[in-house]
Each structure stands twice: as structure tokens, then as C-alpha cells.
Design a binder for this molecule. Sequence first.
Ligand SMILES: [Mg+2]
Length: 285
Amino acid sequence: MASLLLATDLDRTLIPNGPQPESPGAREALARLVAHPGVTLAYVSGRHRELVEDAMAEWSLPRPDYVIGDVGTTIWRVPGQGDWTRDADWEAAIGADWSGRTGGELAERLSDLPGLVLQPPDRQNRHKLSWFLPGDADTPSLATEIHQRLAALGVETRLVFSIDETADQGLLDVLPARASKLHAIEALVARLGIATDDTVFCGDSGNDLEVLVSALPAVLVANATGPVRQAARDGAGAAGTTAQLYCASGGFLGMNGCYAAGMLEGIAHFHPWTEAAMTAKERSA
Ligand SMILES: [Mg+2]
């Protein structure tokens, strides 16, 4: 039987919470596809578990088999019934980059840096230390200073700077060097024993770029901004993975290529057998 691991970002990729309209029926067609027994579904998000569950309820999202949360620092298995199971092996693997230290311990070494303010406790976890910073912060010099201080502790970090445009609020996640959406997806692919070609990733923004330009088949939805689209194309060109990147443009199934419609378009591009599963008539009586 055909099999597929569908790994997708949530906000503004599967969840239509951007300025563009969502094509009617797009999410329903995606739900039909993921109901196919050959499809394994993984959500890949910056959200933590509770916020993923909130989104699933608010937007009627299909129940996933796995959730990669907190920007790749947690992997959850989500059984059909019963509680979510946290992947301790993954957390041990990335924890080695921090020499076993927790986010709280690292926070003490950084708290005097000008402009850095800790985000609320529910945005922190053992391997994710999240700060607010001014929208105009000098991020290159901040990054140098943070790397220097933490390297002295034997801690290897990945710094992810972003901007909450609605609030002109700078954001910084301090993560173990190996913790990322891409590495977490690769760990999942290895665990499931799935061929790289039998996966597809869907995303929309800068924090998806590492996966979009990787060797994994990947879809950029049409509501992505022009600069993100350009960065994805340039990055894939430089990495030699242009054939593994599909930028949705609309027209497939008469839809606009944004959000779930773009996912469908790109998934069908890489895996043509899926179109029948998307468009199958509901079989329920
Ligand atoms: Mg997104």
C-alpha cells in the first residue's frame, strides 16, 4: 500500500490564520487524505502541546499521529485513544548539546543582558529558553555574546530570532544546537523507517526554511511572503535541492494555493496517488 509521512507546520500553513482567504473545502479535502490508512500525520510547530490541542479544537484539525512541538525540542506520539506520549530518547539526544543543563540554569547566565526579558513560564521548557527583546535589538552582537557565555559552560546552542509583527516585539529562542524542526523530522523519519521520498513537509515562513531547502520533499504554501519564497528558492538552489521544493501557486482543484489548498497542491505534485484520496466522495452512509 502507498505510504506517506505528511509533516506540516500549523500557523498559516494548515491553520488559515493569515490575511488571505481559505478556499472552501480545502481543509476537508486534506482531512480526507489523512484519513487514508497509508498516511501518517505529524504536526511540526513552535506551539507547545496545550496550544497545539487548542488549535486542533478551534480549527477542527485532524488528529495527528505525532506532534513535533516547541520548535523541535519535543516529539509526542499521539495514540488513537489515551494520553500523548513524550519521546524521552529525543530529549536525551538534544539535551547532550546542553551538557544536561536546563533552560532555567542557562537563564541565570543571560539575565543581565540588556533588553532581554524572559517570556512567561508556559513558553519555557527544559530545552527551550525563550526571551522577549526590543524589536530593534542588535541581534548579531547579542548572538555573539550569548554564544560566548554559554560555550564557556560547554553548552552548544541554536539561537532563533524572530519578530512578532503584530506587536513589533522581538523574540529569541535559545535551543540545543541539534533541536530544530528539520532534525526532529529526520529523527521521526528514521524511527518510522520511512524513505525520504515517501515524506512531504509543508510550511510558510522563515522558521520553516531549514526544512524547505533540505533534501526532504517540501511545499511552500502560496500565502508565504515574497521574501520567504525567494529565500526558499535561493536556499534550495544553493543546496542542490530545487527538485525537492514546490512553491504552490493555486489552480489545483480550483483552489487558491493558500494554507491547506497549497498543501494539497504540493502533496499531489510529489505523490500523485494522493489526489484520488483527497477528492474521494465521503464513504459514510
Ligand atoms: Mg507557520
